[in-house]
Design a protein around this ligand. Structure first.
Ligand code: ZN
Length: 242
Protein backbone atom coordinates (compact mmCIF):
# COMPACT_ATOMS: atom_id res chain seq x y z
CA UNK A 1 0.00 0.00 0.00
CA UNK A 2 1.08 3.52 -0.69
CA UNK A 3 2.91 5.16 2.13
CA UNK A 4 0.65 8.20 1.98
CA UNK A 5 -2.47 6.02 2.26
CA UNK A 6 -1.07 4.40 5.39
CA UNK A 7 -0.54 7.83 6.92
CA UNK A 8 -3.99 9.00 5.92
CA UNK A 9 -5.57 5.86 7.39
CA UNK A 10 -3.85 6.49 10.70
CA UNK A 11 -4.97 10.12 10.56
CA UNK A 12 -8.51 9.02 9.76
CA UNK A 13 -8.46 6.70 12.75
CA UNK A 14 -7.38 9.61 14.99
CA UNK A 15 -10.09 11.81 13.53
CA UNK A 16 -12.72 9.17 14.21
CA UNK A 17 -11.60 8.88 17.81
CA UNK A 18 -11.52 12.66 18.15
CA UNK A 19 -15.05 12.96 16.80
CA UNK A 20 -16.32 10.19 19.10
CA UNK A 21 -14.84 11.99 22.09
CA UNK A 22 -16.37 15.29 20.98
CA UNK A 23 -19.76 13.57 20.74
CA UNK A 24 -19.33 12.20 24.27
CA UNK A 25 -18.33 15.64 25.52
CA UNK A 26 -21.39 17.18 23.88
CA UNK A 27 -23.64 14.84 25.88
CA UNK A 28 -22.11 15.89 29.20
CA UNK A 29 -23.77 19.27 29.66
CA UNK A 30 -27.36 18.04 29.12
CA UNK A 31 -26.68 15.17 31.52
CA UNK A 32 -25.31 17.56 34.12
CA UNK A 33 -28.34 19.82 33.72
CA UNK A 34 -30.67 16.84 34.16
CA UNK A 35 -29.34 16.03 37.63
CA UNK A 36 -29.13 19.68 38.60
CA UNK A 37 -32.72 20.33 37.60
CA UNK A 38 -33.96 17.19 39.39
CA UNK A 39 -32.32 18.37 42.60
CA UNK A 40 -33.65 21.88 42.08
CA UNK A 41 -37.21 20.70 41.56
CA UNK A 42 -37.07 18.48 44.67
CA UNK A 43 -35.82 21.51 46.61
CA UNK A 44 -38.64 23.63 45.15
CA UNK A 45 -41.11 20.96 46.31
CA UNK A 46 -39.68 21.20 49.80
CA UNK A 47 -39.79 25.01 49.83
CA UNK A 48 -43.39 24.87 48.68
CA UNK A 49 -44.40 22.39 51.39
CA UNK A 50 -42.70 24.52 54.06
CA UNK A 51 -44.43 27.61 52.75
CA UNK A 52 -47.83 25.91 53.02
CA UNK A 53 -47.14 25.03 56.65
CA UNK A 54 -46.14 28.61 57.37
CA UNK A 55 -49.09 30.19 55.57
CA UNK A 56 -51.63 27.92 57.24
CA UNK A 57 -50.04 28.60 60.62
CA UNK A 58 -50.38 32.34 59.93
CA UNK A 59 -54.05 31.86 59.03
CA UNK A 60 -54.63 29.87 62.22
CA UNK A 61 -52.91 32.53 64.33
CA UNK A 62 -55.17 35.16 62.81
CA UNK A 63 -58.25 33.16 63.87
CA UNK A 64 -56.82 32.80 67.36
CA UNK A 65 -56.39 36.58 67.64
CA UNK A 66 -59.90 37.13 66.32
CA UNK A 67 -61.29 34.77 68.96
CA UNK A 68 -59.24 36.55 71.58
CA UNK A 69 -60.69 39.89 70.62
CA UNK A 70 -64.20 38.41 70.73
CA UNK A 71 -63.52 37.26 74.30
CA UNK A 72 -62.44 40.77 75.24
CA UNK A 73 -65.56 42.07 73.56
CA UNK A 74 -67.64 39.74 75.74
CA UNK A 75 -65.92 41.05 78.87
CA UNK A 76 -66.71 44.60 77.79
CA UNK A 77 -70.37 43.74 77.14
CA UNK A 78 -70.60 41.91 80.47
CA UNK A 79 -69.28 45.00 82.26
CA UNK A 80 -71.80 47.21 80.44
CA UNK A 81 -74.53 44.74 81.39
CA UNK A 82 -73.47 44.99 85.02
CA UNK A 83 -73.59 48.76 84.87
CA UNK A 84 -76.88 49.26 83.02
CA UNK A 85 -80.22 49.78 84.67
CA UNK A 86 -82.26 49.42 81.49
CA UNK A 87 -83.76 46.02 80.72
CA UNK A 88 -83.81 46.61 77.00
CA UNK A 89 -80.13 47.50 76.94
CA UNK A 90 -79.36 44.52 79.14
CA UNK A 91 -81.11 42.18 76.70
CA UNK A 92 -79.39 43.77 73.71
CA UNK A 93 -76.03 43.23 75.40
CA UNK A 94 -76.97 39.63 76.21
CA UNK A 95 -77.70 39.14 72.54
CA UNK A 96 -74.32 40.65 71.57
CA UNK A 97 -72.59 38.33 74.02
CA UNK A 98 -74.37 35.34 72.55
CA UNK A 99 -73.35 36.36 69.03
CA UNK A 100 -69.76 36.70 70.16
CA UNK A 101 -69.82 33.25 71.76
CA UNK A 102 -71.17 31.71 68.57
CA UNK A 103 -68.50 33.47 66.61
CA UNK A 104 -65.83 32.17 69.00
CA UNK A 105 -67.10 28.60 68.52
CA UNK A 106 -66.97 29.06 64.75
CA UNK A 107 -63.43 30.46 64.94
CA UNK A 108 -62.28 27.58 67.16
CA UNK A 109 -63.76 24.98 64.80
CA UNK A 110 -62.02 26.64 61.91
CA UNK A 111 -58.77 26.64 63.88
CA UNK A 112 -59.06 22.89 64.45
CA UNK A 113 -59.55 22.37 60.74
CA UNK A 114 -56.46 24.40 60.01
CA UNK A 115 -54.46 22.47 62.61
CA UNK A 116 -55.33 19.25 60.81
CA UNK A 117 -54.20 20.83 57.56
CA UNK A 118 -50.98 21.97 59.18
CA UNK A 119 -50.30 18.45 60.37
CA UNK A 120 -50.85 17.09 56.85
CA UNK A 121 -48.61 19.78 55.36
CA UNK A 122 -45.92 19.00 57.95
CA UNK A 123 -45.99 15.37 56.86
CA UNK A 124 -45.66 16.47 53.25
CA UNK A 125 -42.77 18.70 54.21
CA UNK A 126 -41.04 15.83 56.01
CA UNK A 127 -41.39 13.64 52.88
CA UNK A 128 -40.20 16.50 50.69
CA UNK A 129 -37.20 16.99 52.97
CA UNK A 130 -36.16 13.34 52.48
CA UNK A 131 -36.71 13.61 48.72
CA UNK A 132 -34.75 16.82 48.43
CA UNK A 133 -31.92 15.39 50.47
CA UNK A 134 -31.87 12.22 48.36
CA UNK A 135 -31.88 14.17 45.07
CA UNK A 136 -29.17 16.45 46.36
CA UNK A 137 -26.96 13.47 47.26
CA UNK A 138 -27.59 11.75 43.92
CA UNK A 139 -26.85 14.96 42.03
CA UNK A 140 -23.71 15.56 44.06
CA UNK A 141 -22.32 12.10 43.36
CA UNK A 142 -23.39 12.08 39.69
CA UNK A 143 -21.92 15.53 39.10
CA UNK A 144 -18.67 14.33 40.61
CA UNK A 145 -18.61 11.31 38.28
CA UNK A 146 -19.53 13.49 35.33
CA UNK A 147 -16.75 15.95 36.14
CA UNK A 148 -14.21 13.13 36.46
CA UNK A 149 -15.39 11.59 33.17
CA UNK A 150 -15.19 14.96 31.48
CA UNK A 151 -11.69 15.53 32.71
CA UNK A 152 -10.59 12.13 31.33
CA UNK A 153 -12.21 12.81 27.98
CA UNK A 154 -10.59 16.25 27.73
CA UNK A 155 -7.18 14.79 28.54
CA UNK A 156 -7.68 12.05 25.94
CA UNK A 157 -8.86 14.60 23.40
CA UNK A 158 -5.88 16.85 23.92
CA UNK A 159 -3.56 13.83 23.57
CA UNK A 160 -5.26 12.84 20.32
CA UNK A 161 -5.17 16.38 19.01
CA UNK A 162 -1.46 16.78 19.59
CA UNK A 163 -0.91 13.35 18.05
CA UNK A 164 -2.95 14.53 15.08
CA UNK A 165 -0.72 17.59 14.72
CA UNK A 166 2.32 15.30 14.55
CA UNK A 167 0.64 13.10 11.96
CA UNK A 168 -0.46 15.95 9.72
CA UNK A 169 3.01 17.50 9.86
CA UNK A 170 4.33 14.34 8.19
CA UNK A 171 1.75 14.30 5.37
CA UNK A 172 2.35 15.96 2.04
CA UNK A 173 0.38 19.18 1.87
CA UNK A 174 -1.69 18.54 -1.25
CA UNK A 175 -2.87 15.14 0.02
CA UNK A 176 -3.63 16.60 3.43
CA UNK A 177 -5.69 19.43 1.93
CA UNK A 178 -7.65 16.92 -0.12
CA UNK A 179 -8.21 14.72 2.92
CA UNK A 180 -9.35 17.62 5.08
CA UNK A 181 -11.71 18.95 2.43
CA UNK A 182 -13.31 15.49 2.24
CA UNK A 183 -13.39 15.29 6.04
CA UNK A 184 -15.36 18.55 6.18
CA UNK A 185 -17.81 17.49 3.47
CA UNK A 186 -18.26 13.78 4.05
CA UNK A 187 -17.52 13.09 7.69
CA UNK A 188 -14.86 10.71 8.94
CA UNK A 189 -15.09 7.98 6.28
CA UNK A 190 -13.03 9.47 3.48
CA UNK A 191 -10.12 7.09 2.96
CA UNK A 192 -11.99 4.01 1.81
CA UNK A 193 -11.12 0.55 0.58
CA UNK A 194 -12.31 -1.08 -2.60
CA UNK A 195 -14.14 -4.25 -1.80
CA UNK A 196 -15.92 -6.45 -4.30
CA UNK A 197 -15.14 -3.82 -6.90
CA UNK A 198 -17.14 -1.01 -5.32
CA UNK A 199 -16.27 2.24 -3.53
CA UNK A 200 -16.24 1.79 0.27
CA UNK A 201 -17.91 5.20 0.59
CA UNK A 202 -20.60 5.58 -2.07
CA UNK A 203 -20.69 1.95 -3.26
CA UNK A 204 -20.33 2.81 -6.93
CA UNK A 205 -19.08 -0.10 -8.99
CA UNK A 206 -15.67 0.57 -10.54
CA UNK A 207 -14.31 -0.38 -13.92
CA UNK A 208 -11.50 -2.93 -13.70
CA UNK A 209 -9.00 -0.37 -15.01
CA UNK A 210 -9.49 1.89 -11.99
CA UNK A 211 -8.93 -1.02 -9.63
CA UNK A 212 -5.80 -2.01 -11.47
CA UNK A 213 -4.32 1.48 -11.16
CA UNK A 214 -5.29 1.56 -7.53
CA UNK A 215 -3.59 -1.78 -7.01
CA UNK A 216 -0.50 -0.48 -8.78
CA UNK A 217 -0.53 2.29 -6.16
CA UNK A 218 1.58 4.73 -8.12
CA UNK A 219 -0.63 7.75 -7.48
CA UNK A 220 -3.44 8.72 -5.15
CA UNK A 221 -6.70 7.51 -6.74
CA UNK A 222 -10.05 8.99 -5.87
CA UNK A 223 -13.55 7.71 -6.52
CA UNK A 224 -14.88 9.33 -9.72
CA UNK A 225 -18.33 9.51 -8.12
CA UNK A 226 -17.83 10.74 -4.53
CA UNK A 227 -14.21 11.91 -4.59
CA UNK A 228 -13.13 9.76 -1.61
CA UNK A 229 -9.52 8.60 -1.50
CA UNK A 230 -9.33 4.95 -2.51
CA UNK A 231 -6.94 2.23 -1.49
CA UNK A 232 -6.49 -1.36 -2.36
CA UNK A 233 -4.81 -4.08 -0.38
CA UNK A 234 -4.10 -7.61 -1.47
CA UNK A 235 -6.66 -9.08 0.89
CA UNK A 236 -9.39 -7.11 -0.80
CA UNK A 237 -11.46 -8.84 -3.40
CA UNK A 238 -10.62 -7.69 -6.92
CA UNK A 239 -13.52 -9.55 -8.42
CA UNK A 240 -16.50 -7.42 -9.39
CA UNK A 241 -19.51 -8.19 -7.22
CA UNK A 242 -21.56 -9.73 -10.02
ZN1 ZN B 1 -17.26 6.70 -4.03
Amino acid sequence: MQHIIEKLLILQDRDRRISRIREQLARIEPERQLFQSRAASAQAGLDNAKLKVKQTETDRKKLELEAESKKQQIEKYALQQFQTKKNEEYRALAHEIETCKEEITRLEDKQLELMEQIEAFQKQAAGATREAEESRKVAESKLKDIAAGEQNLRAELSGLESNRDQLTAAIEERALRQYERLLRNKGDNVVVGIQHGVCGGCHMKFPVQLMVSCQAAKEMITCPNCGRILYYTSDMDLAVAD
